[in-house]
Design a protein around this ligand. Sequence first.
Ligand code: 15L
Length: 268
Amino acid sequence: PAPRTLLLTGAAGGVGTLMRELLPAHGYALRPLDVVPVPGAPDAVVADLADRAALREAVRGVDAIVHLAGISLEADFDAIVTANVTGLHHLYEAAREEGVRRVVFASSNHAVGFTPRPRAGEPPVPVTTPHRPDTFYGLSKCFGEDLAQLYWDRHGIETVSVRIGSCFPEPTSVRMLSLWLSPADCARLLHAALTAESVGHTVVYGSSANTREWWDLSTARALGYDPRDDSEAFAEKLLAEQGVPAEGAPDDLYLGGGFTTPTPPRWP
Ligand code: 15L
């Protein structure tokens, strides 16, 4: 049967807030969780990924987990390890102990951020491209994908790892024209990842059907994802405001853009 009750971790975060609005229309009852109180959700679980007992209680009885919690920008190595490595292990252990069979893991384009962005005429980047993290943050997403693989091979817990591009209400840079995942398409992609049969551990890229796409959405489409939005609607305005990235600039060279620089965007 299709999953209906979801634990949504990181429910107070950027993507979490958008998904709290949009996932119920796909038929889900949400159990939101965050390390801080979730605005407008007094029943949300407030728990840290360090708290194994709280996680075990939080996953009990849900059909699936959408894991958006953790640090989502660059930070000190120890902080990244605590939240995104140890915390992820705690969550999967809770899932294993409580018999939850499906996880959707928010990976990131920054797991492959040092991959050169394809030029005109070059093929889109496939999901099989080698990991090339651009930050400790991206490195933690590489680890997360491997942890998901381990829990599938060893324990039969299925995961779709979604390498999310840029999920915001609108793209705000020229780079994001290639990586934008509209909130509505994000909800569609999560729904596909939750309902597709026999996913084992599947890696997909997460973006809308962007005219300027850099990567290969075929593994996402194979799950049943049918994106409806295209960042091209914002292209004229953004190009007029910002121009194309200069040749050799980070946004020109790499998928990860500014995350590849000595001063990547930092948490919090
Ligand atoms: C990410 O992984 C970040 O969490 C998000 O804040 C954006 O910066 C996004 O990548 C991006 O690359 O645009």
